[in-house]
Design a protein around this ligand. Structure first.
Ligand SMILES: *[C@@H]1O[C@H](CO)[C@@H](O)[C@H](O)[C@H]1NC(C)=O
Ligand SMILES: *[C@@H]1O[C@H](CO)[C@@H](O)[C@H](O)[C@H]1NC(C)=O
Ligand SMILES: *[C@@H]1O[C@H](CO)[C@@H](O)[C@H](O)[C@H]1NC(C)=O
Ligand SMILES: *[C@@H]1O[C@H](CO)[C@@H](O)[C@H](O)[C@H]1NC(C)=O
Ligand SMILES: *[C@@H]1O[C@H](CO)[C@@H](O)[C@H](O)[C@H]1NC(C)=O
Ligand SMILES: *[C@@H]1O[C@H](CO)[C@@H](O)[C@H](O)[C@H]1NC(C)=O
Ligand SMILES: *[C@@H]1O[C@H](CO)[C@@H](O)[C@H](O)[C@H]1NC(C)=O
Length: 320
């Protein structure tokens, strides 16, 4: 009985030893396996980050493997630019220019603006590093947008501006600023010969006008005729990108309407043409009006009405 008992005791001892050995082997296997897994995942994900300079995939945040957590902590916050900001910015001379730089995941890094022409650091964060008060980094609307604002733009402000993030290595985007000078010209000038009694249309082309002019005034000699014109019709319309056209239409032109006509837009220097009335001696330069019906006084004298229309068309243009 005793012997039998001892024997079975020995057997269980042997069995438990076996179990412990198996357990140890299993633990070792798990350790090796997870080490391999860890190495594997970090390697592929490091490759991922080196080939993808943009934001890391958000999906990795929820990954539950051992390697994931370490990788997420190190690279999720790597800053990246939003590529959709304008790289070519144009502004009208004297107007305020806004250069956008949107940085995601900025973290503890800073955004600087550098003028490439002379490598002058303009701003670091929102701190100014230039004595010229026209430069400033403003933070409005989008929290990730570091907007370089340049007030009262001058021609010398044209060129490349660098938005730089203080990562290691540094990352940058470049914005090219153009300052446009609007220019007005009247086609057919400087001298336009027109037959007495016919009609004439003067076309003033305002080019390089990225913003529409607030108004376009027309002058006959030194008198402004927008408001008191008895015979003219004036229109203002957008012709192409950065181009606005204003037309002055005069019917049944008489001696009194000869002289100097000037187009004076709000955003460009004035331009003039000289209108000479002929008595039919120079037909080549004439502009005939097929409609020889008598003047409609109500229509042509309604200067208030047309002025209203001009204002409306400008407002319409501006809000488009
Ligand atoms: C990195 O991963 C890309 C695919 O994501 C693969 O084409 C490339 O061969 C890998 N490079 C290395 C060095 O493993
Ligand atoms: C930004 O542009 C770079 C290259 O031009 C591209 O690799 C990256 O994916 C873009 N980033 C975003 C957020 O689209
Ligand atoms: C780079 O990351 C972006 C953002 O997570 C992702 O949309 C894009 O597919 C990735 N590109 C590559 C080549 O992995
Ligand atoms: C910016 O302008 C340059 C030339 O002035 C042109 O080559 C480039 O395509 C423009 N870029 C964009 C995004 O319009
Ligand atoms: C910046 O824009 C101007 C005007 O569009 C162009 O003449 C110039 O070549 C551009 N500069 C660069 C570096 O793209
Ligand atoms: C428009 O501006 C460009 C430079 O910005 C200049 O080369 C061109 O002559 C200008 N055109 C007119 C009609 O003023
Ligand atoms: C028209 O008048 C303006 C100023 O009144 C003058 O500067 C310009 O030279 C004149 N132009 C012509 C063609 O007579």
């Amino acid at each position: 009985m005793l012997e039998a008992q001892e024997y079975s005791h020995l057997q269980t001892k042997k069995l438990s030893l076996l179990a412990i050995r198996r357990l140890l082997r299993l633990i070792l296997r798990i350790a090796i396996f997870s080490t391999l897994l860890l190495l594997g995942t970090t390697r592929t994900q490091n490759n991922d980050t080196s080939t993808n300079t943009s934001m890391p995939d958000k999906r990795s945040l929820t990954e539950e493997d051992n390697g994931g957590e370490y990788w997420v902590a190190e690279t999720y916050n790597f800053p990246a630019f939003d590529n959709n900001t304008a790289k070519n910015v144009s502004t009208q001379l004297g107007q305020t220019a806004f250069l956008h730089c949107i940085v995601e995941n900025l973290g503890d890094k800073t955004v600087s603006w550098i003028r490439r022409k002379d490598f002058h650091v303009l701003t670091v964060g929102t701190d100014k590093y230039i004595s010229d008060d026209r430069f400033q980094t403003v933070r409005t609307g989008n929290d990730n947008d570091w907007v370089l604002q340049i007030k009262f733009t001058q021609l010398k402000d044209q060129g490349i501006y660098e938005c730089q993030v203080s990562t290691d290595p540094k990352i940058s985007v470049f914005v090219n600023l153009s300052v446009l000078v609007a220019e007005a010209t009247i086609s057919g000038g400087p001298k336009i010969i027109v037959e007495k009694g016919s009609s004439i249309e003067l076309t003033c082309v305002i080019s390089n006008s990225s913003d529409p002019p607030k108004f376009v005034f027309w002058y006959h000699n030194n008198r402004m005729i927008n408001y008191d014109s008895t015979r003219g019709d004036i229109s203002v319309e957008k012709a192409a990108a950065k181009t606005v056209i204003s037309k002055l239409y005069i019917r049944d032109i008489g001696e009194a309407e000869s002289g100097n006509y000037t187009c004076g837009p709000s955003n460009a220097g004035p331009t003039s043409v000289s209108v000479v009335i002929s008595n039919g001696e120079n037909p080549a330069a004439m502009q005939h009006d097929g409609n020889s019906a008598p003047l409609n006084g109500v229509q042509t004298r309604a200067s208030l009405l047309w002025n209203l229309l001009l204002s409306l068309s400008l407002i319409n243009y501006v809000t488009r």
